[in-house]
Design a protein around this ligand. Structure first.
Ligand SMILES: [Zn+2]
Length: 444
């Protein structure tokens, strides 16, 4: 076994594929070159073919130099890109023909000799699942099975195949599909396998993937494509795609960058989102009533950093977190920034007489954030930033002066915010709250 060892982590989410790809019901096909792929595994059975030897890592076997390899479902593997042209076939493991191929695997994989590999390379054409799986089976199985297409006489299944693309734009159950063609769910599934060679559920999954990729090819966004194909959201589509093919269909987030870079990037998105929503919370009357609870303490105190109405916290952070979700940000990077932020907020609101010197132009710390808590509402419309002062400086809301507000100069000028926790939770929603903060009401 060669000395080369695969990296420990199992990411495999960002890979540069250059070539042509096709997808159909129960199959995927790629012809081109790929970068190195991190170790990963997926649901589809994969056949990788080269014109010369490839370097492939397989979980039970270690590194192998082979021209063609069949990799079973859910088997961890890794491919080292050498710049050479490859043909990669993905087959749904639940179809009749793929099951026959899987029976030939030992320890979940099978290496083809160069003659078999050359023969298979010549014959592979991305046409349909039956054709691709049959071609692979002929080179893999000593007695190749033959799954002949079912006679096209099942009118109800034919009708269903015609209707399915339209029906899949919404969630639909097997029971609902069965009742459309007046069959019981089990009868429908039996007749579907007989007619198509694939069980109904995997067929529907591949149909959704195919529909979404067709939409992306037509310049739809990831979210639009996911919705068109009946996925709950872009993340659901990405997960399903990655589960089948081992990489994400669309990479908007630098998953392979170092974790510090990712944490800072997540931080930039969160910080900007918080700045915008915080500033908006000072001009929109209802948002201000939610947010003014945070401004109500009469002195700076470290725990005030977390003293917020939960709805206000949701409104402040929600947009940035939604953007990060759509971008496919690594959850740990987002969580790391939120941890840093919560500690920072304590220092930002602490009653500590410290100075960061010139760094106060870079960070939103206690010495400049005090201005934001000044009792006079007009004076407090500055320094909205959470961590980085860049947003305040960019959007002209940065304020600095030699003598910051002292004890007795922070809080709200006149308000009747209830003293109890439950009272404060309910207060922004009460009719009486609307007129109680006249002096502090934003001039929206
Ligand atoms: Zn504020």
């Amino acid at each position: 076994m060669p000395a080369l060892k695969p990296p420990k982590q199992s990411i495999g989410s960002q890979t540069l594929w250059t070539g042509t790809a096709s997808i159909g019901f129960g199959w995927g096909y790629f012809h081109g070159t790929v970068d190195d792929i991190q170790p990963h595994h997926h649901h589809a059975v994969q056949i990788v073919l080269g014109l010369t030897a490839l370097k492939v890592w397989l979980e039970p076997a270690g590194w192998r130099d082979c021209q063609a390899v069949v990799i079973g479902a859910n088997l961890a593997h890794q491919l080292v890109g050498t710049g050479q042209m490859l043909k990669v076939v993905y087959l749904d493991p639940e179809s009749h023909l793929t099951r026959q191929i899987t029976r030939r695997l030992r320890d979940g994989w099978l290496e083809l000799n160069p003659t078999e590999a050359d023969g298979l390379w010549q014959q592979l054409e991305p046409t349909n699942h039956l054709n691709l799986a049959q071609t692979v089976a002929e080179h893999v199985c000593s007695h190749p099975p033959h799954y002949s297409e079912a006679p096209r006489s099942d009118a109800r299944i034919e009708q269903m195949l015609r209707d399915l693309p339209r029906l899949l734009t919404n969630p639909i159950t097997v029971g609902q599909l069965a009742s459309r063609v007046h069959l019981s769910p089990s009868r429908l599934q039996h007749r579907f396998v007989h007619h198509t060679g694939m069980p109904l559920r995997p067929y529907v999954r591949w149909l959704r993937l195919s529909t979404a990729l067709t939409a992306i090819a037509g310049k739809a966004s990831l979210t639009e494509a996911a919705t068109t194909a009946g996925f709950a959201d872009a993340a659901h589509f990405s997960r399903t795609f990655k589960r089948h093919f081992g990489f994400t269909p669309w990479v908007l987030w630098p998953n392979q960058a170092s974790m510090w870079v990712q944490v800072l990037l997540a931080g930039a998105v969160i910080d900007f989102g918080l700045y915008v929503m915080h500033r908006y919370s000072h001009v929109q009357p209802f948002l201000w009533r939610l947010h003014m609870l945070h401004h109500s303490p009469q002195r700076m105190y470290w725990i005030n950093g977390g003293r917020r109405h939960p709805v206000s916290a949701l409104i402040l952070a929600g947009p940035a977190l939604a953007v990060l979700m759509i971008l496919g940000a690594t959850p740990i990077a987002v969580a790391a920034w939120l941890a840093i932020l919560s500690i920072h907020l304590s220092f930002q609101h602490a009653n500590l007489d410290y100075s960061l010197g010139p760094l106060r132009y870079v960070f939103c710390v206690a010495e400049n954030h005090r201005w934001h808590h000044k009792r006079e509402f007009e004076d407090a419309q500055v320094n909205f930033g959470e961590v980085w002062a860049i947003w305040d400086r960019l959007f002209s809301s940065y304020h600095d002066a030699k003598s910051a507000p002292r004890a007795g100069e922070v809080g709200l000028r006149d308000t009747r915010v209830p003293p109890t926790y439950l009272g404060q939770l309910a207060w922004p929603f009460m009719r009486s709250a609307r007129g109680s903060n006249a002096n502090d009401a934003p001039r929206a």
